[in-house]
Design a binder for this molecule. Structure first.
Ligand code: ADP
Ligand code: MG
Length: 635
């Protein structure tokens, strides 16, 4: 490789360290270099096709995309050639001189942690271009950016740096594209064996949409090229003829995930529009499921050619579903604007989204355990649909699963509805930040004592949709903080806890209605600036008091979230008191004996602050609160 014109540059520190580790510790999985280089070649062709949509000059280059892998045993080289975008000299420096992708970084981080022994797992990472050095002692890249005249060369032995510069006169006949030549290492000669090479190329190229050929050079002459992926695009084939393994390989190639697909949705639609759909639900959630792009990235193909992954075929709440749609009825040169407005694309979105939900329903019915596993990973994302997709709210409500206060495992709303107690009119839920916080909530007491199943909503997303979903199948959904009177209609269970107060001293638990009414009036008077009302509670069994929202008011938890964002819209709430609690009983007696006003004021405020504290809020009058508690302690 002649190199007078080349300029020497050093790798970034982390690149050379990574290369070092890769070359010296990984032999067992060395074949991944082909996966990476073929993927890059195919990506480069896809990118050029995309650029051609808006660039007439580039359109002249045509669309006969092709990836060739050439084996020259005598020279000891393997060459990967593509006619994709190609790279200018600046591109070569920028793209091949730095660590580009997250997979490489994740791999480097693992090496950092586990040392060299960890390198055995390299196959799980997308290590990119550098993997070439696992098998090559020297790598030469010749490249010509599409639409530009000059050819550039990049050479490196993968130790400390690389040389880069113009490559005039280089034997590079193509009009554009990239040719990567690997000088195979002594200890990697297996790849110079044509049958071994073919096996690996087949494995990684089989499902690439662009034709990949294997070419052998013998005695300086080129043998007839063999097309390796002649079976054609996987999604266009008949479902019954496709092996699980083929699906899995395809899925990994397409998504750069390294797990197996948990579910596969593959079908051909004919009629007003002809299209094929191949979608996967992954087993594992990607690390950026919640903080990455919200748009689903289902790829759109037209007549097997990749067009874009920005066609928003699926809504954001199905972004965990990966795959592609191939439509025969769209023009190949469809533009971005056309994509947005085309009635065909709109129809495609609708049909594919409906189908995905139908398939999920089937999985839920036929394979509930598998569905729950999926829900475990992706449920919170799916719930976004409840406030986003009004049209499909009902379908989504059927799919969503819940943890509840009385049952183990996941429950559907249908099940919860079927198991409603006699007299129970609504399905209740409780929102909160954690299961622990929820379990300790006084709001649940009246539900526990009646064995009423309450949905536990502890995902952040829950606070948003509950305000838009008011019923399921004709039954109202209501927050426990808004339940009230209607609980009376449900009988308490036998063990329902009466608070173990000193009943004898009270002359029995019963306090006459009249006493309760006086007490309520007294507390109402004392707290008239703090609460909207004071009521007897149907829900409390152990705690003396709790705060609830007014029926029209905003849910407590949402109020807290908004307050945390600085949007205070705190509506006054209702203080409910537990007439069976010993402290309340005592208070009722005193209020009657001594007349109320002053006598009740302090205890009433204390009770109100106590209720706030139980909801995770600060007392409204901290000083008074502390004083009252301290004086209690002294007694
Ligand atoms: P990734 O493919 O994840 O971006 P790589 O290390 O495999 O990471 O490649 C780095 C970059 O080098 C690519 O993003 C691309 O810009 C460029 N590149 C690599 N191979 C080619 C190729 N055959 N043609 C054009 N560009 C390429
Ligand atoms: Mg790559």
């Amino acid at each position: 490789m002649s190199d007078e014109q080349l300029q020497s540059k050093e790798f970034e520190a982390e690149v050379s360290r990574l290369l070092e580790m890769m070359i010296h510790s990984v032999y067992s999985e060395s074949e991944v270099f082909l996966r990476e280089l073929i993927a890059n070649a195919s990506d480069a062709c896809d990118r050029l096709r995309y650029m051609q949509q808006t660039d007439e000059e580039l359109q002249k280059l045509g669309q006969d995309f092709q990836v060739d892998i050439t084996l020259d045993k005598d020279a000891g080289t393997i060459t990967i050639t593509d006619n994709g975008t190609g790279m200018s000299q600046d591109d070569l420096v920028e793209h091949l001189g730095t660590i580009a992708r997250s997979g490489t970084r994740a791999f480097a981080a693992m090496l950092e942690e586990k040392g060299e022994s960890g390198a055995a797992g390299i196959g799980q990472f997308g290590v990119g271009f550098y993997s070439a050095f696992i098998v090559a002692s020297e790598v030469e890249v010749l490249s010509k950016a599409a639409g530009k005249p000059e050819v550039s060369r990049w050479v490196s032995d993968g130790t400390s740096g690389y040389r880069v510069g113009p490559a005039e006169g280089a034997e590079f006949l193509a009009t554009h594209g990239t040719r990567i030549t690997l000088q195979i290492r002594e200890n990697q000669q297996e790849y110079l064996d044509v049958s071994r090479l073919k096996q690996v190329v087949k494995k990684y190229a089989e499902h690439i949409a662009i034709p990949v050929r294997l070419i052998e050079v013998k005695d300086g002459a080129t043998e007839v090229p063999e097309e390796v992926n002649a079976k054609g695009a996987l999604w266009a084939r008949n479902k019954n003829e496709i092996l699980d393994k083929e699906y899995a390989d395809f899925y990994r190639g397409l998504t750069h995930h390294f797990d197996e697909p948990a579910h596969i949705i593959h079908y051909h639609a004919e009629g007003r529009m002809d299209y094929s759909v191949l979608l996967f639900v992954p087993q594992e959630a990607p690390f950026d499921l919640y903080n990455g792009e919200r748009e689903a990235q289902v790829k759109l193909h037209v007549k097997k050619m990749f067009i874009t992954d920005k066609a928003e075929i699926l809504p954001g709440y199905l972004r965990f579903v990966k795959g592609l749609v191939d439509c025969t009825d769209l023009p190949l040169n469809i533009s971005r604007e056309m994509l947005q407005n085309s009635p065909q694309v709109v129809a495609l979105r609708k049909a594919v989204t409906n189908r995905v939900l139908t398939e999920m329903n089937k999985i839920a019915e036929r394979m509930p355990e598998q569905f729950e596993k999926m829900f475990e990973k992706f449920g919170p994302v799916l719930k976004e649909g409840l406030y986003e997709d009004h049209e499909r709210k009902e379908d989504l409500l059927e799919l969503i699963r819940f943890r509840t206060t009385t049952q183990e495992g996941w429950r559907s709303l249908k099940q919860v509805k079927e198991d409603m107690k006699e007299g129970q009119q609504k399905i209740y839920y409780i929102t909160g930040r954690s299961r622990e916080e929820i379990d300790a909530s006084p709001h649940l007491e009246g539900f526990k004592s009646r064995d009423i199943e309450v949905l536990i909503l502890s995902d952040p997303i829950d606070d948003f949709w509950v305000n838009m979903v008011h019923e399921f199948d004709g039954t109202a959904l209501a927050s426990v903080t808004r339940a009230g009177e209607e609980l009376k209609e449900v009988a308490k269970n036998d063990q329902a806890g009466q608070p173990d107060g000193d009943k004898a001293a009270d002359g029995g638990a019963m306090v006459p209605e009249i006493k309760k009414a006086t007490l309520i009036a007294a507390i109402r008077q004392a707290l008239k600036d703090d609460v909207a009302d004071v009521k007897l509670s149907e829900r409390l069994t152990d705690s003396p008091v709790c705060l609830v929202s007014d029926h029209g008011g905003i849910d407590l938890n949402l109020e807290k979230i908004l307050a945390a964002q600085g949007q205070s819209i705190q509506a006054k709430r209702i203080l409910e008191i537990n007439p069976d609690h010993p402290y309340i009983l005592g208070l009722a007696r005193r209020s009657e004996e001594k007349g109320f006003a002053d006598e009740i004021r302090e205890p009433a405020r204390l009770l109100h602050d106590l209720a706030r504290v139980m909801d995770g809020e600060a007392p409204s009058r901290p000083k008074e609160f502390v004083k009252a508690v301290t004086s209690l302690l002294q007694k």
